[in-house]
Write a protein that binds this ligand. Sequence first.
Ligand SMILES: [Zn+2]
Length: 252
Amino acid sequence: MALAGAAYLLATARADDPTPDGRLTRSSGQGLILGSRDSDQPTTIEGFLTGVVQDVDSYWTNVFRDAGLQEPRVSYAWIPAGQTTASACDDGSGSLGDQAALYCPGDDTIYISEQFATDIYDGALDQALPGSSQGYGQTMGDFAVAYIVAHEYGHQIQDELGAFQRDGDRVPTMQFELQADCYAGTWANSALRDNRLEDGDVQEALDAALAVGDFDVNNPGHHGTPEQREEAWNRGFEAGDPSSCDAYLDEA
Ligand SMILES: [Zn+2]
């Protein structure tokens, strides 16, 4: 499905705001239909990202409520193509731009570039993601984008649960990354149980997880090999229970 050009406003809103600045497009009644090619699908990448992040947010709100915890709170910012934005995670190398996809604990915001998301959605990334296993897997499709949103939201869950403060110095980066993949999988399981996945969606997520793995195993910033990342997403997806992801930090 071709996407219309993204809006030129930087969308910034709380993920639990039902209608941030009035531009949200959602299907009625049963929530976002992931993978749908019908007219309920948002027609801009911005609308799609917003729909996914709100879907993921409502999933985690239920999980936290069931656990007697306060609902998670996070902001998101979609960066329009060709633009940059400042964040609390600037490390001196410049503001966030067309390559950005991250959760920043410093300002509790998920940042994703609309260009980056569009390229993944359309299968137009002509190379693998930065620092990833080039050519190992292909990222394309709506559920590949959804995987990335859900992964970044997984880091927000780690922040909510105090994992960065508790384990940040003790546990290698890779374990946080694999747990975020696992959390993305548990959310995807909830979409499956709601009959909101279409043929090919699971494969799109698995391919995306493979593609963002890297082989830089001696680098402290190593995020996990393609196989480890695919396995982590699948673990969460098969279990459908976030506690299945505890071991990534507990046993590290
Ligand atoms: Zn990550």
